[in-house]
Design a protein around this ligand. Structure first.
Ligand SMILES: [Mn+2]
Length: 305
């Protein structure tokens, strides 16, 4: 059986693309199943409940040689531990191509807003494979989530066309209203611990001058994160040490106002971020207007430095 999974600290796109692609393969009589590399965030839980789909089983390791399909990621550091010992047979993704494999495999990469866009368009629609309401619903949710309801600069025309088609099948009549429900679920963090807050959507990258982690908190309630500044700074310093990183950046992204506030693990990182993104001090954080996409706006700048 092929094991399908997205990245660690899974977001809605990682979970829903794995579930949908397993559904697609099962319809071709291919034995495949979706898994999660970590617990589901509130938004993903909301989406699965809303469309009546069971959450995938969580795993953190697999026996050597297991056939796996990676969705929504292809960086070793973001995948399951000892990924090199597994048999990667296919990758579907919308991030930079990073991985090296030791044999030819199927890859499907598109520069679109979500992995779910690729699965809907290139798998279901192009092959005329029937899409059920729940699967269309989760594909649509992930597309809206990853593109921040088309506000993110990662959004393409394809995303908008695919979302339109999916919303009809999913019977979501008012997309804007639905996206607000999603973002409110995402922003409802209750009494979350500071470490969990930092790790909500946290990815590690090997840049030329070191290994860095970048956590983002996409929210309609930036104040929730800003108010925890002191604790966040302490935790960032601790994590930098314990994870042996060159630095950590934690960016609070205000989805509705299209702006962001960043905290870092130290003065050097503060200076670096300020220089790279022309950040200014606002609400006691490093403020950058219109900086809302880690993938398209933040990571590329670090890769060039
Ligand atoms: Mn994605």
């Amino acid at each position: 059986m092929k094991h399908i999974f997205g990245h660690k600290n899974p977001d809605t796109d990682s979970i829903c693309s794995a579930i949908a692609y397993a559904d697609f393969l099962n319809k071709q009589n291919i034995d495949a199943k979706a898994f999660a590399l970590g617990s589901l965030n509130k938004e993903t839980q909301f989406v699965l409940e809303y469309f009546g789909i069971e959450a995938p089983e969580q795993i953190d390791k697999l026996p050597a040689g297991t056939e796996v399909i990676l969705v929504d990621h292809n960086e070793e550091k973001q995948s399951i531990d000892k990924i090199k010992d597994l048999d990667i047979v296919e990758i579907i993704d919308h991030h930079n191509l990073k991985i090296e494999t030791n044999k030819p495999i199927s890859v499907l990469f598109k520069p679109v807003g979500s992995t779910c866009t690729i699965i809907a368009e290139e798998k279901y629609f192009k092959n005329n494979v029937e899409l059920t309401k729940p699967i269309a619903g989760i594909l649509l949710s992930a597309l809206i989530s990853d593109t921040l309801f088309f506000h993110s600069p990662t959004t393409t025309d394809i995303d908008k066309v695919v979302a339109e088609k999916l919303s009809k099948i999913a019977e979501v009549e008012n997309l804007e209203e639905f996206s607000l429900k999603l973002f409110n679920a995402k922003s409802d963090l209750g009494d979350i611990s500071v470490e969990k807050l930092i790790k909500l959507d946290y990815k590690t990258y090997d840049f030329k001058d070191g290994t860095y982690s970048i956590g983002v908190m996409e929210t309609t309630n930036a104040k929730f994160g800003l108010d925890k500044k002191e604790d966040i700074l302490i935790k960032l310093k601790e994590l930098k040490e314990s994870e042996d990183l060159s630095g950590i950046f934690f960016t609070i992204i205000d989805i509705l106002n299209e702006e962001s506030y960043t905290f870092t693990s130290g003065d050097t990182e503060d200076a670096l971020f300020t220089k790279l993104f022309s950040a200014v001090e606002k609400n006691n954080a490093l403020y950058v207007d219109k900086l809302i996409s880690r993938k398209k706006q933040i990571v590329p700048v670090f890769e060039k430095m």
